[in-house]
Design a protein around this ligand. Sequence first.
Ligand code: ZN
Ligand code: FE
Length: 255
Amino acid sequence: MTVRVDQFNCRADNFGILIHDDTTGETALIDAPEEATILEAIRRTGWKPTTIFTTHHHTDHVEANLALKQKFNLKIVGPAAEAAKIPGIDEKVKEGDAIAFGGEDIRVIATPGHTLGHIVYHLPKSKLAFAGDTLFALGCGRVFETPLPVMYGSLTKMAALPADTAVYCGHEYTLSNAKFALSVDPDNPKLKARAQKVEKLRAQGRATLPTTIGEELETNPFLRWGDPSIRRHLDMENATNAEVFAEIRRRKDNF
Ligand code: ZN
Ligand code: FE
């Protein structure tokens, strides 16, 4: 049995995510961006959450924490490193922790960068990762709370997950990410094809997520530090991977 995922739109461009295990009947939320849309998803699925797994402290990921806690008496799990900023937190977790959910373990991966305590939830058995604002389809989170090389280190952890891991992210940013990705990796045929696919999906109002680690390794410039063609394009053939990442992130900040 694998964990089932229900992804829905929240706020302007956030995703709400419910996960559900059929065997045990357990349900959890990944982040709590907005009360009304989450309640609607709970009604639609019939899945009553007992837990919120929080990725990081930004308002668009925790705004509904207290309201949902009151309604469902649920437990809030979140990063120990920024626990003081997570409303209603009950259980503080860190790198390497395993949390039982359904018939499997959810593994905690520390991914500092976007925020100092940001964590990703990985379900090796179901081949799922909930990346919050660390990794996006064709992009990565803006680095607010650490030096750039720290975020590089976090992304190397994401890149090392099995290629067939389905990745769910905090935001639908893929179309604008694709435009930037083409500016640093213009000769990548897989990226060009993906950008076209993304454009079609968005024109139809459809989500471009989830993605997979394998697809990101082939097309996401923020995981392609070692690629000779990107390095040539940036005139950084002898730079370190961390330096290439930092240059790409700086360019994106000013794109
Ligand atoms: Zn954020
Ligand atoms: Fe966010």
